[in-house]
Design a protein around this ligand. Sequence first.
Ligand code: BTN
Length: 315
Amino acid sequence: MAKDVLTFLIDNRDSFVSGEYIAKKLGISRQAVSKKVSMLKDDGFVIQSKTNRGYRLMSFPDVIVPEYIVLETNFKPVFHHETIDSTNLQARKFALDGFPERTLIVSEVQTSGRGRMGREWQSPKGGLWFSFILRPRCIPSIAPLLNFVVANSVAKAMDELYDINLKMKWPNDIFYEGKKLCGIGILVSSDIDLMHYVVIGIGINVNNPSPQSVDSLSVKDIVGKEVDRNILLANILNKFKEEYTLFERNEFDKIMGYAREISNTIGHEVRVSFLGVEKRGIVTDIDDSGALMLEEEDGTLSKILAGDVDFLRHL
Ligand code: BTN
């Protein structure tokens, strides 16, 4: 396995690291290091080699590198699959088996990806499909705020990396110019007064062509070129760390302040459906508990905690 050498190269990727140093640290010969570097090059890693200076990692192939994610974020362990049915299902199994908070599962392809309300979620190569476990020490009633913690993290990461302003459709769809870019699915297991675990599942169309069936688009369509999915994933997870700290400190006003800033739902006429019941009206606000405030046609003000939103007409 060349992964041990890769970890050194990632750790020192802004500079050259000598073959002799790596060999000494790993207790192997310089020839063995050189062989492992060749293997990494064959796998698509671009590595510069210079006499007397050693090796320098220039870029990754378009595949998620768990070693990079572990070094760059506080997520661990990281499980990376070529193909899996659904990272959400796998994360749930791991959660039941007692895996810790911030266990991360990423797959290049999902064969049975699922969206909200059990809908199919197309997950071809080139996208980011991942799930992670949380074990929040809080009452279950505040779990819906996690929708905004996650949506804020994705929006902030994309803004910082690519200078694109994303919008959030309540409660957690991420849109760019009216088209869906990212979906967030959250599964909560709890008693009435105690959370057991939460699985956060995030799907982002990145370098894959966006699905034809829904009005969606990919990051590459916005940025105009393929982007580095390792950097994007690490950035989202690091933004999540910051947003989740606000959640743990009960600083919900800060979370919801940003969520309202990026909302494309406030001020619009919508239909909200939940378990076969529909309500129509104008969204006047999203409050600090994450609830949608809907002014219905007869003037009634409803506080809506869960549901699917459809835009009826822009005001
Ligand atoms: C939605 O918008 O309906 C939510 C989509 C969530 C998709 C992600 S992809 C990774 C994880 N695994 C799944 O099966 N679903 C989530």
